[in-house]
Write a protein that binds this ligand. Sequence first.
Ligand code: UD1
Ligand code: MG
Length: 457
Amino acid sequence: MSNRYAVILAAGQGTRMKSKLYKVLHPVCGKPMVEHVLDQVKAAEMSEVVTVVGHGAELVQSKLEGRSEFVLQKEQLGTAHAVMQAKDRLHDKDGITLVVCGDTPLITAETMSSLIQHHEEQQAKATILTAHEEDPTGYGRIIRDETGLVKRIVEHKDASEEERAVQEVNTGTYCFDNRALFEALEKVGNDNVQGEYYLPDVIEILQTEGETVAAYQTASSDETLGVNDRVALARAEKLMQARINEKHMRNGVTFIDPASTYIGSEAVIGRDTIVYPGTVIEGATVIGEDCIIGPNTEIKNSTIADQTVIKQSVVHDSEVGSHVAIGPFAHIRPQSAISDEVKIGNFVEIKKTQFGKGSKASHLSYIGDAEVGAGVNLGCGSITVNYDGKNKHLTKIEDDAFIGCNSNLIAPVTIGKGAYVAAGSTINKDVPGEALSIARARQENKEGYARKIHTKN
Ligand code: UD1
Ligand code: MG
């Protein structure tokens, strides 16, 4: 096998996106487009990968750091000019160079490999990955001669009416003989509607020099969608979503309605877990087996162990154990660790809290900056008063403590093991283990007083 190099074009601003964010950093299913492309290039086993960066160079580079070499294209003078920036690194090497655009997030390693295989079989100097598009607007068109051989590629803006009718398009992915590529690039001019140095012009240059130029048409035009605006971005999202969901379903996860279930590219979900509609799972989330997730639940960067149920709730940057029940309408905020067999019920907010095994906060509570032991019961309306306006303070609730309804625990404070806090208490001093603490106004009953009030009116 000859050496294989890859060049990823990622220097454009993406004017048509009308965005502050550089085009290739726009996420598709939570991952920047260019990262999808790099992942697939890596999977296709290249000996060297060079990414051309320009607009937002530092940001793009930081996303791909350690997995690619980088060259800077200071001015964006076109795709041929972009590839030229890799000249110093690659031009004197023997082998095959794959060029991929950073705005085709759906392209797969399999298709890249098939393209390379076709290129080798044809012994071509250049092979274009083409696709059939029902609506080819915006793409470069593949112009073939009477015998079917590829002659050149014409950009949409430069094309005649007749050429625009061609539905075979340039997908922006190519395979070249490396030396032939860099020699031909020297000859590319910018005499076209956009005044740019077009990479597709290399095809005509090689063809007129009598070199073999081939085309490999992929059956899946979905894979080769080039994202130039937000309409295409939404299409890419839908297609990627379907691909991700299908992968999970094939792995044994049930989706009640895949079309309304949004799973990020990085998420891992165990077998026999059931995902209900309206669920969004993002970031580095790992969900175990036999869980029930949703409906209408958002989980981000979190780990959920087996057999846990999370309904109509939000969980961010936290760990949740097994056999846990969360929701409906609970909010688990970052840095929380919920142990096994816990119950977090309706309208409960948990933040930066360790919640011990089997403990419960079943209704209407705020528990923040707390360490809750095992077997603790937090009654309805329990509040940790963690913030004094300047600093956050810790509340410790030891194993088997019972916090009565509507209690305020003013931090820093510790409720000892097995202690009992009476309902309606406002606790600002530590409660010793096994103690009963009552911190509320004593009840006074004034006999007959209500009747007096009624007669006054
Ligand atoms: C390009 C192709 C077109 C093809 C389409 C497929 C050219 C001239 N046209 O058009 O034939 O059908 O892709 O999606 O190549 N870039 C740079 N530096 C530059 C210009 C672009 O790095 O100076 C990068 C962009 O960031 C992008 C990629 O190259 O990732 C393609 O550029 P884009 O402007 O999107 O080209 P298209 O108009 O889509
Ligand atoms: Mg494009």
